[in-house]
Design a protein around this ligand. Sequence first.
Ligand SMILES: NC(=O)c1ccc[n+]([C@@H]2O[C@H](COP(=O)([O-])OP(=O)(O)OC[C@H]3O[C@@H](n4cnc5c(N)ncnc54)[C@H](O)[C@@H]3O)[C@@H](O)[C@H]2O)c1
Length: 245
Amino acid sequence: MFNLEGRKALITGASGGIGKEIAKVLIEHNAEVCISGRNIEELNALKESLGKKCFIVACDLSKKEEIVELVKKSDDLLGHIDILINNAGITKDNIFLRMSENEWKDVLSVNLNSTFSILKLITKGMVKRKYGRIINISSIVGVTGGIGQVNYSASKAGLIGLTKSLSQEIATRNITVNCIAPGFIETPMTEKLDLKRKDAIISSIPMNRIGTPKDLSSAIIFLASQESSYITGQTLHINGGLYMN
Ligand SMILES: NC(=O)c1ccc[n+]([C@@H]2O[C@H](COP(=O)([O-])OP(=O)(O)OC[C@H]3O[C@@H](n4cnc5c(N)ncnc54)[C@H](O)[C@@H]3O)[C@@H](O)[C@H]2O)c1
């Protein structure tokens, strides 16, 4: 139904569970995609399966100079960027009383600060071309909070605030900025949870199952498409009913 032919997309965190699915579905809908992440073997394997519309730029988002290179190389490979998906993210959970300054800073740096830096570099071109689709991957925890996740929830709530403010500033340029807030999705990030915790989570989800990256695909494609042009500043929750706003 949606066709991204001629559209150029950059996705961060593409070597992870959700990122891989996003890259795949963007290419299935005919976009050209630059995949970025830290794990070069995973990126190479993904490119192998996605073919010639897929380009790789490795990047450590905790390093400002690598972010500058990421945007420069992506621009060189794609020509320009119409769709930006800020998907990379990390957790460093700890209860607040034990959380170190570094656990706080590292999570904020990758999840929120890097998004600011990428946006600064990419939004200008979108404004000039009067077109853009920006999707920030937040989290249910950015709205509900979560025990042991002061750093993570602050970073994900920060993305929602950033999204609302930026969307207002650039709305007249035909650029939309939205968040997707997944609930619990089966990926390497959630593999770390022990079985007891997983069972407890599943029993609190009205749909009685943990989501898969595929559960996010159609929302990503819709928000990345021309057809979603009147939707901006929103956070779309995809969580099997675990949280309803
Ligand atoms: N899995 C879930 O249940 C869930 C729920 C809500 C939100 N999210 C969010 O979805 C996004 C993707 O998560 P996932 O579940 O696929 O996790 P994942 O751990 O499978 O993937 C994370 C990705 O981020 C990249 N990354 C991490 N640190 C980086 C850095 N310093 N520089 C560059 N890239 C870096 C990794 O290379 C990887 O590609 C994250 O932002 C996460 O917070 C996930």
